[in-house]
Unconditional design. Structure first.
Length: 274
């Protein structure tokens, strides 16, 4: 076999091998640091295939608590942040690690508890409910994982006038886990906990738990998206990350978020600024 034949044969092998690979294997990719709620609610399974089809970018998600997701950005281990603790996000921006945070969608937090409701909180506002729980001391599960949901829980205790760091006892179970595992713990213990509605709606192992407190404006849950700053992290895939963010904020991306439903219920509500 002469040199030209060998070259042609080798090229054909390469082309054949590439053709045999999944289409996504040839796509560029970005790493998105996000929350457990966006993954465990099932949103990403719905959203990311549409994003990849529209942008040609594979999106690799690392789903952890918001605090841990932002720490990934500080370590330059992510290209994009998709999280839900606005105060922590603004701190991240102020430190110079993020670029141009955008509101992207919202839902709300709900107080889950046993249907028997031993603390008698059903239908109350979140302040009154937490005061009753602190007085009655039924089992309460806290994520305690630096997540956006945990930050919202701690803010809620504080707003209710309760210093949970001092008042907690054996009744207050800190799991250090994501939303799904925390819900499993609450189900096993027949306990109260604060959850994001999206994960609750997708959660199957509910046991005797139900939503007891909802609709309080203090339970509003905003999600934001931002690029990790290439000036701090030179390896950030700026163009690809921006393309993904632009799609999320576009009418097509916002429609895709709005179309995700479980049992006919919409889990997330797009609110990107026009």
């Amino acid at each position: 076999m002469d040199y030209r034949l060998k070259s042609s044969f080798a090229a054909a092998l390469v082309v054949g091998a590439l053709a045999a690979l999944p289409a996504s294997a040839a796509n560029p990719f970005i790493t998105v640091a996000s929350t457990t709620s966006t993954e465990q609610s099932g949103l990403f399974k719905h959203l990311l295939p549409a994003a990849t089809k529209a942008t040609g970018i594979d999106i690799h998600v690392v789903a952890v608590g918001t605090g841990q997701a932002l720490d990934m950005g500080r370590r330059c281990d992510a290209d994009v942040e998709f999280v839900h603790d606005k105060a922590a996000e603004e701190k991240f921006l102020g430190e110079g690690y993020g670029v141009a945070r955008h509101d992207v969608m919202y839902n709300d937090f709900v107080l889950i508890g046993p249907k028997s409701d031993p603390a008698h909180v059903k239908g109350l506002g979140i302040d009154a409910a937490l005061k009753k729980i602190a007085e009655a001391k039924p089992p309460f599960v806290s994520r305690a994982d630096k997540s956006g949901t945990w930050a919202a829980e701690i803010r809620a205790w504080k707003h209710a006038g309760i210093d949970i760091a001092k008042d907690k006892g054996p009744w207050y179970k800190e799991t250090g886990s994501g939303m799904g595992p925390a819900l499993n713990t609450a189900s096993a213990m027949n306990a109260y906990l604060l959850a994001d509605r999206g994960t609750w709606l997708s959660f199957k192992n509910r046991g005797d738990l139900a939503i007891l407190v909802e609709g309080d404006p203090a339970l509003f849950n905003q999600y934001g998206v931002m690029l990790v700053n290439p000036a701090k992290c030179p390896k950030v895939k700026k163009a690809l990350g921006r393309k993904f963010i632009d799609w999320l904020l576009s009418p097509a991306g916002q429609r895709t978020i709005a179309s995700y439903r479980i049992g006919g219920q919409q889990l997330f509500f797009p609110n990107a600024k026009k």
